[in-house]
Design a protein around this ligand. Structure first.
Ligand SMILES: Cc1cc2nc3c(=O)[nH]c(=O)nc-3n(C[C@H](O)[C@H](O)[C@H](O)COP(=O)(O)O)c2cc1C
Length: 191
């Protein structure tokens, strides 16, 4: 898949087919994160990849999904749950620069996954203490975000809008998720 297609067509996926993700594809995601820009090239992020169903399901129970369309985009273990999670850990007491590194790395991972036919959800709403314990993260680090990974069982679409009053994502009558995006001219000034 070319980069243009992945950039424009990637959508957050919250419902998944129940089939495993090739280890090679998960490695590709981490490799994409590895090659991503980081402030001063300090590479302070570390990644915990969970594929064992018991760990994945434990993590799933400590995440919160798409509040605006609850519960229809909250995956259910064994029915619509992800095949894997990648947790992004940062040094405890991290600053906004490290958080920026994490954001860049996660977008790289999402695009890498999409290019292999996989979908992700970048999740900030996590029980951090529980994640730290489940994943046996060392004391001096913390879990900042987790990313779910799996083969999509939904096909969300983006649509162009012109007002910040129209940004709420929604499900249509066929249970398809619509994701409003502000038009280019609404978000950019050219000089
Ligand atoms: C920093 C960040 C945190 C997010 N946290 C969550 C989350 O906790 N739960 C969730 O379901 N989606 C989460 N998302 C996904 C967003 O809801 C999603 O990106 C947004 O609705 C736009 O959809 P799109 O990714 O398809 O463009 C998060 C995204 C970002 C960038």
């Amino acid at each position: 898949m070319d980069i243009e297609k992945a950039l424009l067509e990637r959508r957050t996926i919250r419902l998944y087919q129940q089939k495993p993700v090739p280890v090679e594809d998960l490695r590709f995601m981490i490799d994409a994160a590895r090659q991503t820009s980081s402030a001063s090239n300090l590479q302070r992020l570390r990644f915990v990849v969970a594929t064992s169903p018991s760990v994945v399901n434990e993590m799933l129970a400590k995440t919160a999904w798409a509040a605006l369309v609850k519960p229809r985009r909250t995956p259910v273990a064994g029915e619509t749950g992800p095949a894997a999670f990648i947790a992004v850990t940062v040094p405890a007491g991290f600053n906004h620069i490290v958080a920026a590194d994490a954001g860049a790395a996660i977008q790289s991972m999402q695009l890498a996954a999409w290019s292999r036919g996989l979908g992700c959800c970048w999740i900030a709403s996590i029980d951090k203490a529980a994640m730290k314990q489940i994943l046996r993260v060392p004391e001096e680090r913390e879990v900042l975000f987790v990313v779910s990974v799996g083969y999509p069982a939904e096909a969300p679409r983006s649509e162009e809008v012109h007002s910040v009053d129209q940004l709420a994502y929604y499900l249509d009558e066929s249970n398809r998720l619509h994701v409003p995006k502000l038009a280019l001219e609404e978000i950019s000034v050219w000089m």
